[in-house]
Design a protein around this ligand. Structure first.
Ligand code: IMP
Ligand code: MG
Length: 328
C-alpha cells in the first residue's frame, strides 16, 4: 500500500497538473484521487503533444488509471459532463476509469447562480464556496443522490480497504496559500488544500510515501486582494509566463517568490520532494529576486538564486528546478 501526494505550495497555478501527469505515467499507480476542491481548479496538462485543461477529472485518466473524485471535493454535474465530453472527443478513454465518491458534495445550479450575483473576494464563480457552505450547514446534496451521476458512484471505503493492493496518487487542487485555514483569510478557497485533507478521503496515513510540493520560482495570485506591486516588470513577467487563468482567463497578479511562506508551507505539509517550476520564464526576464525575512534580495544569475533557495530549505527536501512545458 502506498500513497504519494501532489499539492500546491502557493496560490494555485503552480503546475500541479504537469507533475500529477508526469507521476501518473511513471510511478505505476492503481488509482489517482482528487482530494479537494471543485471545478474552480484548472490543471493544464500536455499529453502526447496536445494541451488539455482539466477541472474535476484527475490526471490518471490520461494513462488509463482508475481516477476518483473524492469525498473532499465538490462536483458540478454540468461542468463534469462537459469535461467528460471534451476528453472523450479527444480520444481519452474514461469508461470504467472515472469514478465519484458517493459522499462527495454537489455544486448545484443555485450555487452557481449565487456566485454570479455576489463575489467580493474574486472567486472563480464556480459555486465552490456555496457548495461547501451548504455541506457544512448540513443542507447539501451528495453525489449519490444525483441521478445523472449514478453510473460513476463508488464507495471509497470499499475501493481502498478490501484485499487489493492500493498505490494511489493524491492530486490536490488550488494551493496551500489558498487553504481556508492557512491562507490569507478571507482571500481563500473553501476547502483544505494541504496534506491533512488527503486522509479524509479514505487514505490511510500509514500509506504515505512522498509529498510532492509544487511551487513556481515567482508567485501568482488570482482574486480581489491587491498582490502585485505597481511595477512594469510584473506585466512583462505575466506575458512571459502566460499567467492568465486556465479556468477564468483572468490575468494572474505576479510577485517575486516569498521564501518564508515557501518554508512554512513545506514544513506544514511534510513535503519531501519539491518541484520549482518556470525557471525558463524568469531566465527570459533576466531578473532573479525573492523576499526573505522582509528583505527583497536580488541575485546576479539563476545559479546564485537556486543555491540560496536550496540552502534555506530543509536538507531532507529533494528539489527539482523545472522549466515551463518540460517534464520534471
Ligand atoms: P473559489 O475557490 O472559486 O471560491 O475562489 C476563492 C479564491 O481562490 C479566489 O481568489 C480564486 O481566484 C482562487 N482560486 C480558486 N481555485 C483556484 C485555482 O485553481 N487556481 C488559482 N486560483 C484559484
Ligand atoms: Mg490552475
Amino acid at each position: 500500500m502506498l500513497a504519494d501526494v501532489v499539492l500546491g505550495l502557493q496560490h494555485g497555478d503552480e503546475a500541479k497538473g504537469k507533475v500529477a501527469h508526469y507521476l501518473s505515467k511513471n510511478k505505476s499507480y492503481t488509482h489517482v484521487l482528487r482530494f479537494n476542491g471543485g471545478c474552480n481548479a484548472g490543471h493544464t496538462i500536455y499529453h502526447e503533444g496536445r494541451k488539455f485543461v482539466t477541472h474535476h477529472i484527475p490526471a490518471g485518466v490520461f494513462y488509463g488509471i482508475k481516477s476518483i473524485i473524492g469525498p473532499g471535493c465538490v462536483i458540478s454535474p454540468k461542468h463534469f459532463f462537459a469535461e467528460v465530453k471534451e476528453l472523450q472527443d479527444a480520444g481519452i478513454q474514461l469508461h470504467g476509469k472515472l469514478f465519484i465518491a458517493k459522499n462527495a458534495h454537489v455544486i448545484t445550479e443555485r450555487h452557481l447562480n449565487e456566485e454570479r450575483a455576489e463575489n467580493k473576494i474574486g472567486t472563480t464563480r464556480r459555486g465552490n464556496g456555496p457548495a461547501y457552505r451548504d455541506k457544512y450547514a448540513r443542507k447539501g446534496v451528495r453525489a449519490f443522490e444525483t441521478s445523472s451521476l449514478k453510473s460513476y458512484i463508488i464507495d471509497l471505503y470499499e475501493e481502498f480497504h478490501s484485499d487489493k493492493t492500493i498505490k494511489v496518487l493524491c492530486e490536490g487542487a488550488q494551493g496551500f496559500g489558498l487553504d481556508v485555514d492557512w491562507g490569507d483569510y478571507p482571500y481563500v478557497t473553501s476547502s483544505h488544500c494541504g496534506l491533512g485533507s488527503v486522509f479524509l478521503n479514505a487514505v490511510d496515513p500509514r500509506w504515505l510515501r512522498d509529498v510532492w510540493g509544487v511551487a513556481k520560482i515567482y508567485e501568482t495570485y488570482v482574486g480581489a486582494k491587491s498582490f502585485e506591486p505597481d511595477e512594469p516588470v510584473f506585466q512583462t513577467l505575466r506575458d512571459l509566463g502566460e499567467e492568465y487563468g486556465a479556468t477564468t482567463s483572468r490575468p494572474r497578479q505576479c510577485n517575486w517568490l516569498n521564501l518564508n511562506e515557501l518554508q512554512k508551507n513545506i514544513v506544514l505539509n511534510s513535503v519531501n520532494k519539491l518541484v520549482i517550476n518556470k525557471m525558463d520564464v524568469i531566465r527570459k526576464l533576466g531578473q532573479w529576486k525573492l523576499y526573505h525575512n522582509s528583505n527583497l534580495i536580488s541575485f546576479e544569475n539563476e545559479k546564485e538564486m537556486c543555491d540560496y533557495v536550496t540552502a534555506q530549505l530543509p536538507s531532507s527536501v529533494e528539489i527539482f528546478f523545472s522549466e515551463d512545458k518540460n517534464r520534471i
